[in-house]
Design a protein around this ligand. Structure first.
Ligand code: SF4
Length: 441
């Protein structure tokens, strides 16, 4: 029996697909690459943007013919899209050939769903509103992210940013016990993973649901940094309102934690930040950046920015441009605001027209290209420690890796170096990528 999982969206979904693959392999399924060979195709979906949804619908639709030829093939849909109110019914109406639909809270029950589908010969639709998270982390995992191991530290989000659907489809914040996380990190380090990425929608509010002041993100980082072994530690995603000075101090004094912070600002205008319900000001945000720079001089920052949020004026957009200039991000993930059904921002007046949004995005990209190139240029001539993650996907004989500040590096080398940390002298750069020559190690 063969399976194929199609994963859409964020790293949370990538890791959940690793858990789903673990269940399937435990049942005796083997992975395949071609839909025609699959006995089970599972779509792990994303609901963050309408364009993602349209893409997923198109992909499900393409399977109609194959399913008609292979009646016993199981098509299953899970993830954020199926968790939305009314979606399971809509999916079945549009695609009556779908066999199983489940949501974000019951992925640990995949085996039951498949067995039910096979024995009862009935469609299985099972969406739950909450879950016992311990089940989810007891699941076997088939890690597929090379030298990196994802480790969930919490699930859900309490923030309700007005543009975001996540709190509605992932529920409220629930933290995993610190000892369970520690055990998982110790295990992956023993297994030879060289980078551990802690996952949560807002890692900085880790422990807030526990009601014990010692259970917090700073203490978690401290505990994990004490684990012996050759590994790097990083985390995503941070919320600027919650990241504490203590967390920054711990990074500054740590052995394993990358000197890199992805701190999504979304806008540089206080008015827009308020409308987004982000609960910080551009000034608060920049103070945190300054504090981190003072404690960790080589730290690099990246961020997410939404342009054209409802009500964003030219002046607001200029505030964003000014903040970007002040921070000097190594990399920015820039998006045009698009309406998301079921969110508060969908109903806001003053929607910005598409041409203006596109124009602002273009200007922001141009600015960031300039800044990103300048940030990269400062590495030229320096020798940096690079953790080799893989062979270059296009250039034969080349490797890809990252510095301790998470900059991408390309250089010539042999695949036997994957997972090792080597010294590379940087010779040139292009936008965010550094190019160098490996030194004798
Ligand atoms: S913090 Fe805001 S943007 Fe992030 S998942 Fe929660 S609601 Fe969405």
């Amino acid at each position: 029996m063969k399976y194929l999982i199609k994963t859409y969206g964020c790293q949370m979904n990538v890791h959940e697909s690793e858990k789903l693959a673990g269940i399937l392999e435990n049942m005796g399924y083997k992975v395949c690459e071609d839909e025609k060979d699959a006995d089970l195709i599972l779509f792990n979906t994303c609901a963050i943007r309408e364009s993602a949804e349209q893409k997923i619908f198109a992909h499900i639709g393409e399977l109609k013919k194959l399913k008609a030829q292979k009646k016993d093939m199981i098509i299953a849909i899970c993830g954020c899209m199926s968790q939305q109110t009314g979606y399971p019914e809509n999916i079945l109406k549009k695609f009556p050939f779908v066999d199983i639909i489940f949501g974000t809270h019951n992925i640990s029950e995949l085996e039951d769903f498949i067995l039910k589908r096979k024995s009862l010969k009935k469609k299985v639709v099972d969406i739950k509103e909450n879950e016992d998270i311990s089940n989810r982390d007891l699941m076997p995992k088939k890690r597929t992210s090379g030298i990196n191991a994802w480790v969930n530290i919490m699930y859900g989000c309490n923030n309700f940013c007005t543009y975001c659907i996540v709190p509605y489809v992932r529920g409220r914040e629930v933290s995993r016990p610190i000892n369970d996380i520690k055990k998982e990190v110790e295990n992956v380090v023993k297994e030879g993973y060289k980078q551990v990425t802690l996952l949560g929608q807002n890692v900085n509010s880790y422990g807030n649901d526990v009601g014990d002041e010692n259970v917090n993100f700073a203490n978690l980082l401290k505990t994990l940094d004490e684990i012996e072994g050759d590994f790097r530690l990083t985390f995503m995603t941070s919320h600027p309102k919650d990241i504490s000075k203590e967390v920054i101090d711990i990074i500054a004094g740590s052995k394993h934690i990358l000197h890199y912070l992805h701190l999504p600002v979304q806008s540089g205008s206080d008015k827009v930040l308020k409308a987004m319900n982000r609960r910080y000001t551009a000034e608060n945000y920049f103070e945190k950046i300054e504090y981190a720079k003072s404690k960790i001089p080589d730290i690099e920052f990246s961020s997410d920015i939404i342009v054209g949020f409802p009500g964003e004026t030219e002046e607001d957009f200029n505030d964003t441009m000014e903040l970007v200039k002040k921070v000097q991000y190594e990399q920015l993930f820039m998006f045009i605001y698009s309406k998301r059904k079921g969110t508060v921002a969908e109903k806001m007046g003053n929607q910005v027209d598409l041409a203006t949004k596109k124009d602002r995005l273009k200007r922001l990209i141009a600015l960031q290209n300039e800044i990103g190139s300048k940030v990269a240029e400062k590495y030229i001539g320096k020798t940096v420690d690079v953790l080799v993650s893989d062979v270059h996907p296009k250039k034969q004989g080349y490797l890809i890796g990252t510095t301790f500040t998470n900059k991408n590096v390309n250089f010539a080398g042999d695949r036997s170096l994957i997972g090792k940390t080597v010294k590379v002298k940087i010779q040139s750069s292009k936008l965010t990528v550094l190019y160098g020559i490996m030194e004798e190690n």
